[in-house]
Design a protein around this ligand. Structure first.
Ligand SMILES: [Zn+2]
Length: 84
């Protein structure tokens, strides 16, 4: 059995990243936003591009820690620049 069966494909906070205090446009709270990593795994990808590595794509979001709203999508470089 592959360990992939047991993994949860959920987003997780970027390790070592600083949080930024900004006003959330959804819940209107000014609070710490954290950087979340979204694995974006193409679970059901078939066809000519079906053989791409499963973990090739990661997305980074600046996310409200109260309501979970994604304030902004970040590039990998931007996300890594937030590590302190
Ligand atoms: Zn919010």
């Amino acid at each position: 059995m592959s360990p992939f069966f047991f993994r949860k494909f959920e987003r997780w906070p970027l390790e070592g990243a600083k949080s930024i205090s900004v006003c959330c446009e959804k819940c209107r709270n000014t609070n710490d936003h954290i950087i979340m990593v979204d694995p974006e795994i193409p679970l059901l990808q078939f066809g000519p591009f079906g053989k791409k590595p499963l973990l090739s794509l990661k997305k980074y979001y600046l996310t409200c820690s109260i309501c979970g709203h994604d304030a902004k999508e970040l590039t990998k470089d931007q996300a890594n620049a937030m590590k302190g």
